[in-house]
Design a protein around this ligand. Structure first.
Ligand SMILES: [Zn+2]
Length: 253
């Protein structure tokens, strides 16, 4: 019998049969895998807790011909608090969509897994605005995947400054005032926003959330990360739009 032990987080679940599930799990050792969880929807199943969406667990898996099957699982972090807020849940669902798209089978990425888990932890447990967590997640993820923007001065002429800088989506990085004229889609950044983006790209994973930013700076970073994500991954992720609808609905009442 071929058993494998790994930790991983459930990023997709599909109900099958009377009480089974097919899970997509982003694991530490195996990258993205598909695994069946027999009987996991029965109330007394020993798999019920660890096979919930967004649950991070220790898994013992049996390697079958077509997919793994879960022999046992022990919950490490269930991220329960995320389920208590529609805003938190939407942000987590958005990040999970991206992870589902970029994670590959048999290609473990410890940095991506750490970033995802840290971001979920921040959304679940910290007072940091959730939109800020999502922007940091997006910029850092793209950096890990090889799409790090050039933030070490002007990408065009090399001038090193954080004042009068814009973010160029065409050049994939910072661009100075003198070079911006030819790039109509560049987004002007305050010095604070430019420094924050520089920090996100260059900081190590442990310190990535250790900076303060004003609401205005947050809005600037959000604008950049949203467009940059869409351009680099060539996909328009729509789940976050729901928060805008929710906000305008609330304001309309
Ligand atoms: Zn320049």
């Amino acid at each position: 019998m071929s058993y494998v032990k790994t930790t991983g987080i459930v990023i997709k679940e599909v109900h099958t049969g009377e009480a089974d599930k097919i899970l997509t799990i982003f694991t530490r050792n195996l990258g993205k895998i598909t695994a069946s969880a027999k009987g996991a929807r029965r109330p007394r199943s020993r798999l019920i807790a660890g096979t919930q969406l967004l649950c991070y667990s220790d898994f013992v898996l049996f390697k079958g011909k077509e997919m793994y099957s879960i022999n046992s699982c022990d919950v490490i972090e269930p991220f329960y608090d995320i389920r208590n807020s529609i805003e938190k849940l939407t942000c987590a669902a958005h990040m999970t969509d991206i992870i589902n798209d970029i994670a590959q089978e048999n290609q473990p990425s410890i940095d991506v897994l750490k970033l995802f888990l840290n971001s979920l932890y921040m959304i679940s447990n910290s007072k940091r605005p959730v939109l800020q967590v999502v922007s940091i997640f997006e910029i850092k993820l793209l950096s890990i995947l090889g799409f790090a923007p050039w933030v070490n001065g002007c990408v065009n002429c090399g001038k090193k400054e954080f004042e009068n800088i814009s973010f160029s989506f065409v050049k994939c990085g910072f661009i100075c005032k003198d070079c911006t004229a030819a790039d109509k889609s560049a987004v002007r950044l305050s010095e604070g926003a430019a420094k924050a983006i520089f920090y996100i790209v260059y900081s190590n994973m442990q310190n990535i959330f250790n900076f303060e930013a004003s609401c205005d700076v947050l809005d600037e970073i959000r604008r950049v990360s949203k467009i940059y994500l869409k351009r680099q991954l060539e996909k328009d992720y729509k789940k976050m739009d729901f928060l805008k609808c929710l906000k305008s609905h609330k304001e309309g009442i």
